[in-house]
Design a binder for this molecule. Sequence first.
Ligand SMILES: [Zn+2]
Length: 317
Amino acid sequence: MSTMRKRIHSPLSSMRPPQPQPRFRIQPISHDPDILALVNDSKALLREHEPGPVDLLRPRGGSNLFFTCEHASKRIPESLENLGLDAAHLERHIAWDIGAAGVARRLSEHFDATCVLQNYSRLVVDCNRWTHADDFATTYSEDTVIPGNMDLSDTQLAERTKLIYEPYHQTIEDHLDQREQTGRVTVLASIHTCTPVFLGESRPWHVGVLYQRDTRFAHVLMDLLRSDGTLVVGDNQPYALNDNKDYAVPVHGERRGIAHVEFEIRQDLVANDAGQSEWAERLHELLSTGVDVLEERHPELLTSKTPSHEHHTQLGH
Ligand SMILES: [Zn+2]
């Protein structure tokens, strides 16, 4: 655990071209054998008739594009009794990224691309956070207390992590590993949406393009989006991607050294089917052109790499 924390908190020099970083396995929340035994024995969190945590679309999709959607669902396991919230709160952005799954599913179809979506709400565990983050199973979101997340025991947290968070990230990791081992190029796009008003403040951006150290793909996409002329495009707005806050793109994209981007589409634009279709078509065109431009500007990102065994030795498994 300490090794990984050290890695994530020691930023690489931003002057250096991005380098592939060693991979690591998903971090369990606890190494305490008693806790893990309890979790292994437990069937309490998810009941038999409830869906598993991962919705995997087109696992053998032919596209270079690979989509993820960490905040796709507002579903709460029945055993958690809506986390003590009125049903109305579970429709709000605090529970999920409204419209994101609809856009991601359509993109998967347009491209014949693999897409991995989380089937449970970010209020249960946030799949775009590190397990040690304060808001991993948040007790407070925007202006709302989450009663069912107060005073969680290590066992409860470990159970959510093991049954919901880990399978999601393991699915992504396994697919990306396999693509790399078979010499397939991957361009990772994580689909999110954001609330148009946060704590009383309006957000003007139609869409935000989020990235951290590696600007290569994000800048191509921003140039293309801005040339549209009708859109207000956020450059790392409404917030900047960073290792402390975000998990999916820094880990699965940046550290792996593959082309990557995170989108934040404003939720009022994709709240219904028509909006989701419109934005899926827009992003389909954008990403198609974007990959072509990327091939001219940064061909190294679209060249398959020789499989490396380096990380296996480093991780000692
Ligand atoms: Zn999100």
